[in-house]
Write a protein that binds this ligand. Structure first.
Ligand code: ASC
Length: 150
């Protein structure tokens, strides 16, 4: 393909459309930041309730853990769409945007761990729940260590 003015125009239009698609989900960066923080807050709240059971601070109740794990599992895939291009800020470190593959791999670890926690919750096996809680918490911490402002 010859790189002429027409090619340049096509590339320019295509990039604008792609950027537009990425940002279209949120009216402005602040909305994306609020969205991702909200999803992470909900996830953290419900994960902490399971954490309290795993630590023995709260008596084990299968239904409660199942409800909390289902919420964690549903939330686990949501925050990431709020980290699109041009949404730097909040508690997020710039490395999220400069090392996108590494960030993506951290997201996938959490998503997999949350699915495991959800399965453990349904099994009703407290020992399995404790293990899955530790595994999930490790993915929360790993991501915070690498990508969250201290
Ligand atoms: C929580 C919560 C987190 C994680 C993390 C695990 O309950 O809000 O962000 O656990 O502290 O290490």
């Amino acid at each position: 393909m010859k790189f002429n003015k027409f090619t340049a125009l096509v590339v320019a239009v295509a990039s604008t459309v792609i950027t537009g698609v990425a940002l279209a989900q949120f009216a402005k960066p602040e909305a994306a930041i609020k969205y991702r923080q909200s999803a992470l807050t909900i996830m953290g709240t419900h994960f902490a309730r399971i954490g309290a059971v795993a630590k023995g601070e709260v008596p084990y109740n299968k239904d409660e853990v199942m409800k909390n794990a289902a919420i964690v599992n549903a939330m686990a895939s949501l925050p990431w769409q709020g980290f699109g291009p041009g949404t730097e800020g909040g508690g997020a470190l710039p490395v999220i945007w400069s090392e996108g593959d590494k960030f993506k791999s951290s997201q996938e670890k959490l998503i997999a761990a949350a699915a495991g926690l959800n399965s453990a919750a349904q099994s009703g096996d407290l020992e399995a729940i404790k293990k899955a809680t530790a595994a999930t918490g490790a993915t929360c911490k790993g991501c915070h260590d690498d990508f969250k402002k201290k």
